[in-house]
Design a protein around this ligand. Structure first.
Ligand code: ARG
Length: 563
């Protein structure tokens, strides 16, 4: 139980006849100042019921309330301020974490239900961008968070492996490309061809027609087109997989847009059967004016299907295959219009489950305040970022802990962790400017700081050879412990809030606060002093290792034991 629940229950026992438990809970407040206690109840809510002055009600309540869970219950004007009993709470929180370990905070809300998470989804023949990095790490973390509350996450990489750009690429490759050059550095060369195509097409519009024709061939299964497309795809995937390996991310499905090529006639047929398709200058559209949206373009005049057509097929396929409770799409905010249209078309088709589709959007990463664009060749190479972060982590480790055994492994966990944490620590909708120096900072509110705090706590336990005992009573009263205990106590609610908002930053912020509170505790309290609270302090340190590690896991970071 959290503090509000404990307080609500105690008040409810007294006011049972006049208020429900939920009403009492709804009235409780978090006092702003610490000397006003942990939870406050404004008694004026009861003034009408009892026809008495709020101050008097507060006074009477304070006298009747069962005080076992509280250090004191103070009356301040019309307010009742509850000071939780630190001893009681620390006892129950520590006992719970010691017995449940990393399962502390688990919930059964999603039991037996699946949640597909459309994440990462980079485009073949293009470098994986910072936006795709965001989608990958946010989606991965949401997967762990949803799993913690019982759902089965299904991580889907909806690869951009279909569409007119493949017509362009085939044309460019056939005209100006060479096999050896692609083999040597696939993405760089394919990107060069793609950028070239756009430059040349500006003065030579006929190239666009050729590209359209080649995409048409691809859609129809032309052998040459297919084999080139397959090759581009394989070479690109090899590069993407290097990054996924570094990040430690894996997928349950790699079904990209191409997978839906043979599933789009059904979509078009369904739309037709419901009389939703309209002709517009030879193209097929769905009118969405009832939703205040522009029409969705389903089929071009040359018969080619579009991004949204493939997303319609994918949405239906996911419903049929996974019978999802929620279907999540972790895609940049700039595509929010697309997802509004997607949901509206599905709704028009009579699929009420479209309400369960959630576009989990995120802000832009800029550099020097400017947008990055693949087409203009302005990109940040992710693999390079991860490698450099790892190098910097290694330099730090060599300096701080030269005898550490598995330096390279830890350096990678810390370097990559720094990049992931930097991305997840702010509300996902915030834009941020990319600055490598800032990403690999190890002090302050960073992943390495949390990892380091965890390793430090581990080393204290090792030094004391401490083994927590699930039957023992560990009770702490001091202020420094209390700050840590409160954060541990809040953990189950923190997990629920993160899941509810699809917001990994809620977990990241909890990790930072817990690491800070722990470091303050460690600086002010003699953990290993030989007195009767020694074991209780060590139990607290143990609980901190469990929860910091779990916070890190939910974010997709490793927690090295030594660093
Ligand atoms: N490949 C797309 C892009 O890079 C993202 C795909 C997102 N997922 C989806 N189902 N539309 O912009």
């Amino acid at each position: 139980m959290n503090n509000k629940e404990i307080v609500a229950k105690a008040i409810f026992e007294v006011v049972k006849d006049d208020l429900t438990l939920a009403q009492v809970q709804g009235l409780l407040e978090n006092p702003k100042a610490a000397d006003h206690g942990d939870v406050a109840f404004p008694a004026f809510a009861l003034a009408k019921v009892y026809r008495k002055a709020p101050q008097q009600i507060a006074q009477e309540l304070a006298e009747k309330i069962d005080g076992t869970s509280f250090e004191k219950v103070a009356v301040v004007g019309p307010y009742l301020n509850f000071f939780m009993s630190k001893g009681n709470i620390s006892q129950s929180v520590l006992a719970k974490i010691i017995s449940e370990k990393e399962h502390y905070g688990d919930a059964a809300i999603g039991l037996g239900q699946t949640v597909p998470i459309d994440m990462s989804s980079p485009n073949i023949a293009k470098p994986i961008s910072m936006g795709h990095l965001r989608s990958t790490v946010i989606g991965n973390s949401i997967g762990f968070i949803m799993e913690k509350i019982g759902y089965q996450p299904i991580r889907i990489n909806h690869l951009g492996d279909w569409g007119t750009q493949f017509g362009k690429l085939i044309v460019a490759y056939k005209k100006w490309g060479a096999e050896a050059a692609v083999k040597a550095d696939p993405i760089k060369e394919l990107l060069r061809l793609y950028v070239d195509f756009h430059e040349k097409a500006e003065t030579e519009p006929a190239l666009e027609d050729e590209a359209r024709a080649w995409f048409k061939k691809l859609e129809e299964g032309d052998e040459e087109a297919i084999s080139l497309w397959q090759w581009f795809r394989e070479e690109s995937l090899k590069e993407f997989n290097k990054i996924y390996d570094l990040l430690g991310v894996s997928f349950d499905s790699m079904n990209g847009e191409a997978f839906y090529n043979d599933k789009m006639t059904e979509i078009v047929d369904l739309l037709e059967a419901k009389h939703l398709l309209k002709e517009d200058q030879g193209a097929e559209i769905v009118d969405l004016s009832a939703y205040d949206l522009n029409p969705a373009l389903i089929k071009k005049s040359d018969g080619a299907t579009l991004y949204i057509t493939r997303d319609l097929a994918a949405a239906l396929y996911r419903k049929r295959t996974y019978n999802f409770a929620k279907s999540i799409y972790v895609v940049g905010n700039e595509q929010s219009y697309h997802f509004k249209q997607l949901k509206a078309v599905l709704k028009e088709m009579g699929f009420d489950w479209s309400d369960e589709i959630a576009h989990v959007a995120f802000g832009l990463i800029t550099q020097g305040g400017k947008k990055l664009s693949t087409r203009k060749g302005k990109i940040i190479l992710l693999e390079k970022v991860l490698m450099e972060a790892t190098e910097l982590a290694k330099a730090q480790i060599i300096e701080k802990n030269p005898t550490l055994a598995n330096k390279d492994e830890v350096a990678q966990q810390v370097g990559v962790g720094a990049v992931i944490f930097h991305d997840l620590k702010n509300d996902r909708m915030n834009n941020f400017d990319f600055d490598l120096e800032e990403v690999v900072r190890f002090e302050g509110e960073t992943g390495p700081y949390v990892q380091y705090s965890h390793a430090r706590a581990m080393s204290i336990l090792a030094k004391a050879a401490f083994m927590p005992d699930a039957m023992a009573v560990y009770s702490l009263q001091d202020e420094n412990s209390w700050e840590v205990i409160k954060l541990l106590q809040q953990y189950p609610d923190t997990v629920l809030a993160a899941a509810d908002k699809y917001e990994p930053s809620v977990i990241a912020k909890h990790a930072i606060k817990l690491a800070q509170a722990f470091n303050k505790f460690y600086a002010n309290v003699k953990v290993l002093a030989e007195d009767e609270e020694k074991n209780a302090r060590l139990a607290l340190v143990y609980a901190v290792t469990v929860i910091l590690k779990e916070d890190l896991r939910l974010l997709g970071l490793q927690a090295p034991e030594k660093m």
